[in-house]
Design a protein around this ligand. Structure first.
Ligand SMILES: O=c1ccn([C@@H]2O[C@H](COP(=O)(O)O)[C@@H](O)[C@H]2O)c(=O)[nH]1
Length: 270
C-alpha cells in the first residue's frame, strides 16, 4: 500500500495525527533492559506501547547510525511492518545530494530500510529530489520551515518578494509533486509560517515536529496546520514520549504520553 493510502487510513480509521518519533539516546535507555539487545528492545516496547495512537512512526537515522546500529534500524522497521502493518514508517534522514547519488539514497531508504517515506533536504534542487519522488508509492517529505531558530538564517532570505521557505513550498506544490507523493516539514514552533505554508500547498501532508520537548503549542499548531477537512498533519513528538518514564514502566509511561498528545491534537481540532 502507498504511503499516502496508509497515512490517510490512520487519520480516518485510527483517528490520530500523532507521529511517534523514535530518537533513541543510549544514555536514556532504561538500565534494566538486556545490555546486548537494549536498543532494539527499547524501541520495540515504545512501538508496541504507542501504536494505537500513532498515524506514523519516525525513526531518526542518526540516532541509530551514530551507534553503528543500522542493522537495529532495519530490524525495527521490519518489526513495525510485521507487528503493525497499517502504520507507515517515515525515515527521518534528511538526505540531499546530486541526482546520481540520490538514486542510491532513495534505494537505501525504500529498499534497504523498507521505509514508506523519507525526509529530504531541497537545497540541491529538483534533480536531487526526483530520484525519491520517482518512487510513486513512497512519500518524500521535504524540509521547508524547520523548527529550529537557526532555520531563519536561510529560510527567511528574500526570494523574489517572498521568503525562501514559501518559495520552497510553491516549488514543491507546483512543480516537484508530479506523482502526488510529496509532503513538507514545517515546525510547530512557527505557527504563523505553518498557516502560510498550508495556504500555499492546499491538502499536501505536513510533517510537523516541535511540540513536546521543543515547546510548540498544540492548539496553535492544529489551528494553523490543518486542512479544510481537518486532516493533513503528521504532528511529531519524540523525546516527550520516549522518555516519559525512566524505569521499568517506560512503555506504560510512553503510552500515556502518546494518548495525551493524540487527545490534545484531536481536542484542538474540534
Ligand atoms: O525542523 C525539524 C525537522 C526535523 N526535526 C526532527 O524531529 C524530531 C524532534 O524531536 P523532539 O524530541 O520531539 O523535539 C527530531 O528527530 C528532529 O531531528 C525537528 O525537530 N525539526
Amino acid at each position: 500500500m502507498s504511503f499516502n493510502t496508509l497515512l490517510r487510513s490512520r487519520w480516518t480509521n485510527a483517528n490520530t495525527m500523532l507521529c511517534v518519533g523514535i530518537d533513541p539516546d543510549p544514555h536514556r535507555i532504561p538500565a534494566h533492559l538486556p545490555r546486548n539487545d537494549a536498543l532494539f528492545q527499547f524501541c520495540r516496547v515504545i512501538v508496541d506501547a504507542t501504536a494505537d495512537y500513532a498515524c506514523a512512526f519516525k525513526p531518526q537515522f542518526a540516532h541509530f547510525a551514530a551507534q553503528g546500529a543500522e542493522e537495529v534500524l532495519e530490524e525495527l522497521i521490519d518489526y513495525i511492518h510485521n507487528a503493525h502493518p497499517g502504520i507507515p514508517v517515515i525515515l527521518d534522514a534528511k538526505r540531499g545530494d546530486i541526482g546520481s547519488t540520490a538514486e542510491y539514497y532513495a534505494r537505501e531508504a525504500f529498499e534497504r530500510y523498507r521505509a514508506d517515506a523519507v525526509t529530504v533536504n531541497p537545497y540541491l534542487g529538483a534533480d536531487s529530489v526526483k530520484p525519491y519522488a520517482d518512487h510513486a508509492d513512497k512519500g518524500v517529505i521535504i524540509l521547508c520551515r524547520t523548527s529550529n531558530a537557526g532555520g531563519s538564517d536561510l529560510q527567511f532570505l528574500d526570494c523574489g518578494g517572498q521568503p525562501l521557505y514559501q518559495h520552497v513550498a510553491r516549488l514543491v506544490a507546483e512543480k516537484w509533486n508530479a506523482n502526488g507523493n510529496c509532503g513538507l516539514v514545517v515546525g510547530a514552533t512557527f505557527p504563523a509560517e505553518l498557516a502560510r505554508v498550508r495556504e500555499i500547498v492546499g491538502d499536501m501532508p505536513l510533517l510537523i515536529p516541535g511540540i513536546g520537548a521543543q515547546g510548540g503549542d498544540v492548539i496553535a499548531t492544529v489551528k494553523a496546520g490543518r486542512t479544510a477537512g481537518g486532516t493533513g498533519m503528521i504532528i511529531s513528538s519524540s523525546r516527550a514520549i520516549l522518555y516519559a518514564g525512566k524505569g521499568e514502566d517506560f512503555g506504560a509511561a510512553a503510552r500515556i504520553a502518546a494518548k495525551a498528545t493524540r487527545d490534545a491534537i484531536n481536542d484542538a481540532n474540534t
